[in-house]
Ligand binder design. Structure first.
Ligand SMILES: Cc1cc2nc3c(=O)[nH]c(=O)nc-3n(C[C@H](O)[C@H](O)[C@H](O)COP(=O)(O)O)c2cc1C
Length: 280
């Protein structure tokens, strides 16, 4: 495909370079939406500024505009701005400082409770919700919605970081948020105005040969070579950012080594069952 670089979109081209650092894919065109998507970075340093009036409603409108499996709309969101509640949630999520700094903390709830309650009110069973499939469906829909909100907030000059750490103590988080049974805080999202004195950079991703296959999946020399190249590129990024320099394969390997690397989340199935999820 031809690359079409508009003079006004040179930043998108530069940002693609940062995303891949070599092996930049041949994209069909660059436009403002692609520029925004390619420019994503997690933001963990915010200005101590209140966010504009109506921001939560705007982000939720973007989230609700995402596709929804069978239009079940099986998620909810809890917007937390109260400093004390944010501090308690930050403590439950591994004491992540950026949660305290962010003026807004959104908790994305996989919510099977609403349809269960509606079934009960109508005197009809909602037995499908007790199956693992419904949990997966809910997790997919919740993530699609949240990502729409992230794109929206980035388009408004805000920044955010997802917080999976909120799953370290799901029962305590559910109690803090007053969640009913069959409602689970899947992840958090810390939102704020990025502090320009502590900027975040675009983090390189795996080369496309490693993740993109045509017609059939492949796992061979090309993928191994791509991963080796990525280790080098990520090390360069880490060194520029003053981060510990570590191969991606080592980093990712440590994160998936075993239950001890899961920050207490290895017991999630039991906790979810106690929170009312069937997972059959
Ligand atoms: C579901 C999810 C959970 C995450 N949880 C955390 C978290 O608890 N703390 C954190 O600092 N970053 C968290 N992140 C951010 C990732 O570390 C980040 O997206 C990744 O390193 C890539 O960096 P980038 O977003 O800047 O491109 C999470 C990301 C996702 C998608």
């Amino acid at each position: 495909m031809n690359q079409i670089f508009s003079p006004t979109l040179t930043s998108a081209a530069a940002v693609l370079q940062d995303r891949y650092r070599g092996g930049v894919p041949d994209v069909v065109e660059l436009n403002a939406t692609l520029d925004l998507l390619f420019s994503h970075r997690s933001v963990r340093a915010y200005l101590p500024e209140k966010l504009p009036e109506g921001i939560v409603e705007t982000l939720v409108a973007a989230a609700q505009s995402a596709s929804s499996s069978s239009n079940l709309q099986i998620w909810s969101v809890v917007a937390v701005e109260d400093v004390a509640r944010k501090a308690r949630l930050a403590a439950l999520a591994g004491n992540q400082r950026h949660i305290l700094e962010a003026p807004l903390f959104l908790l994305w709830i996989l919510d099977l409770h609403r349809l269960t309650a509606l079934g009960e009110a109508r005197g009809e069973p909602a037995g499908a919700l007790t199956y693992l499939e419904s949990f997966v469906l809910g997790a997919v829909d919740t993530a699609l919605a949240a990502q729409n909100a992230v794109v929206a907030l980035e388009s408004l000059g805000l920044g955010a970081v997802y917080i999976g750490g909120i799953r370290n103590h799901p029962a305590a988080v559910a109690a803090e948020l007053g969640l009913p049974p069959q409602a689970f805080a899947l992840f958090g999202l810390a939102v704020g105005k990025p502090d320009p004195t502590r900027p975040a950079r675009v983090k390189p991703r795996l080369p496309q040969d490693v993740v993109l296959f045509r017609e059939k999946y492949e796992w061979g020399d090309a993928q191994q070579a791509g991963i080796a190249a990525y280790n080098e590129r990520l090390r360069a990024f880490q060194s520029e950012q003053g981060l510990p320099v570590l191969d991606w394969t080592v980093q990712a390997g440590a994160r998936v080594r075993g239950p001890e690397a899961m920050s207490g989340r290895a017991g999630l199935r039991d906790v979810l069952q106690r929170l009312g999820f069937g997972l059959r």
